[in-house]
Design a protein around this ligand. Structure first.
Ligand SMILES: C[S@@+](CC[C@H](N)C(=O)[O-])C[C@H]1O[C@@H](n2cnc3c(N)ncnc32)[C@H](O)[C@@H]1O
Length: 246
């Protein structure tokens, strides 16, 4: 289950409304609108991609420019240090893209008011507290994927970075029903990005052996085994008096 996503929270038990919410890496601001719809008092999204910021303001123009919601063209690293301004901070689909997940967690904590809550959603692998996947190349065709921890390792990273009372609220496998191409998004999607059997097998090998050269050896062994099997069945066909394999 290496393409599982986990939602995890730290801090207060539930989102207190009215509240100030921050969505880090908000894309075009879709979840920001959902936060406003859930009665947040003020919503800020940040995303360094200018395209998303333009998309957001095109929608806000029609939804109402007076609404207390904005998206700013910033990365998390551009936010003031120790800002302590938000009741709830969201980080969804970001952690595995960060070269330093520890710094990301620390930056997220510093954006929270005392007693605030972090909602974190990210990819996880199955495994114990000491298990971590570090893809050498792309992961499910995604570039820029650095670390995919097990759920328990992620909880321990959070505690280590001063996030109190972290707990897992959901863990589910990403499905091709959820992430799919549509009339609005005709490009490749999850179904094109994985071959479940191969991907799960490879990620298991990587996790167990944690060394690319061993993975390569494992692959070569599998190919040799396949070639051997094919040759053997070929010779059986030739040697069988009936011309059929035994
Ligand atoms: C996988 S998308 C997730 C989008 C959205 N949070 C969601 O869950 O649908 C990752 C987003 O992070 C943004 N991003 C990249 N670098 C960032 C940074 N340094 N700080 C904040 N966001 C960043 C990207 O532009 C992209 O929109």
């Amino acid at each position: 289950m290496s393409a599982a996503a986990m939602a995890i929270t730290a801090g207060a038990c539930s989102v207190q409304t009215p509240s100030a919410c921050l969505d880090v890496g908000c894309g075009n601001g879709y979840h920001c609108w959902r936060m406003l719809g859930a009665d947040a008092e003020r919503v800020i999204g940040i995303d360094p991609s200018a395209k998303f910021v333009f998309q957001f303001y095109a929608i806000k123009r029609f939804a109402g420019n007076h609404l207390p919601i904005d998206v700013l063209p910033l990365g998390i690293e551009h936010m003031p240090e120790k800002m302590a301004a938000f009741d709830t901070v969201f980080s969804m689909g970001i952690l595995y893209h960060r070269r330093s997940p520890m710094d990301h967690l620390r930056e997220l904590r510093q954006l929270l008011k005392p007693g605030g809550q972090l909602v974190l959603e990210t990819l996880v692998i199955e495994g114990a507290e000491d298990q971590l996947l570090v893809p050498q190349d792309r992961y499910a065709k995604m570039p820029n994927v650095w670390f995919i921890p097990s759920p328990d390792m992620l909880l321990s990273w959070m505690s280590k970075n001063g996030l109190k009372n972290p707990r897992m609220v959901d863990i589910s496998t990403t499905t091709i029903e959820e992430q799919r191409s549509t009339d609005w998004m005709k490009f490749e999607s999850l179904a094109d990005f994985w071959t479940p059997m191969i991907r799960v097998k490879l990620s298991r090998v990587i996790r167990r052996q944690c060394e690319p050269s061993l993975l390569l050896r494992h692959l070569i062994k599998s190919v040799l085994h396949l070639v051997e099997t094919l040759c053997l069945s070929g010779s059986l066909i030739r040697e069988s008096p009936l011309g059929k394999p035994h």
